[in-house]
Write a protein that binds this ligand. Sequence first.
Ligand SMILES: NC(=O)c1ccc[n+]([C@@H]2O[C@H](COP(=O)([O-])OP(=O)(O)OC[C@H]3O[C@@H](n4cnc5c(N)ncnc54)[C@H](O)[C@@H]3O)[C@@H](O)[C@H]2O)c1
Length: 289
Amino acid sequence: MANASELNQIAVATEGARAAIATEGARVAVVTGAARGIGLAIVQWFLAHGYNVALLDIDRTTLAATQSALTPRERLLTLPCDVSNPAEVESTAATVIAKWGRVDALVNNAGVAVFKPALETSFEEWRHVLGTNLDGTFLCTQAFGAIMKTQRSGAIVNIASISGLRASTLRVAYGTSKAAIIHLTKQYAAELGNYGVRVNAVCPGPVETEMAKLVHTPAIRSDYYDAIPLGRYGTPEEMANVVGFLCSKEASYVNGQSLANDGGFDAVGVGLPTFRRDEGINRIGDDTP
Ligand SMILES: NC(=O)c1ccc[n+]([C@@H]2O[C@H](COP(=O)([O-])OP(=O)(O)OC[C@H]3O[C@@H](n4cnc5c(N)ncnc54)[C@H](O)[C@@H]3O)[C@@H](O)[C@H]2O)c1
């Protein structure tokens, strides 16, 4: 009969074998803009659910720092990549396939925002936003979608925005890029659905990230608190949970949809601040940094 030390060795060996099997047989997720913010939360969701994860980002420094903070290392692949560059996207897809041989989930999350009055937005700013947000989503879906088509399985989630569902000031480039992503989602769903590949979009409301810090002035924050029934910003984890659901088998019949994950912002029209004043409801989140 094995003694305590032998039992311990067997347990360690079994755990090691289980980890090796998990790495080799695991599903594979690719997340763009993965170095921080919502993308990083999505990476953490996939890791927590047993996926191998390829992290793509244009920012090498932050990507390297993120890599060293994440575990388990053997389930990570960090790949510097500009999603708006066709050659870089192609070679990145080849690297993922060489390493893991399949792709089960693609999350097109990489994005940039420029908030400016429409007539002050330069062509360079327009191209930067459209190039990253829209071209990047197109290029990554072309590359990884082709792999999924061959597999006859996979799920793609595009990160759009409530700015793609409702027009608002300062977002001529950003809002237009996100509205286009919502339609692009339907176009791909129509064709890739025939091969068992589902394509959906998530439209986040305001989420506390570096991007929000950059473009959400105090006035914009105040507008959001007024307009959102839940009265607060969302968290990256709340975005990741919905993305994860759309990639999971629990969402196996959901295709071509754009889901607002926004505390109710998209559902309401005029009157919310008036109602709150009349009901004596304080705005939640006035003290959010
Ligand atoms: N934060 C919000 O309030 C909010 C609301 C709605 C939608 N979104 C969307 O969510 C996504 C993530 O936003 P976030 O708030 O986490 O922003 P973030 O700026 O914190 O992260 C975006 C990441 O994308 C990367 N990136 C930028 N350009 C790239 C490129 N060309 N190639 C590869 N990577 C690139 C950045 O380096 C960064 O790591 C974006 O698509 C954004 O438009 C954010």
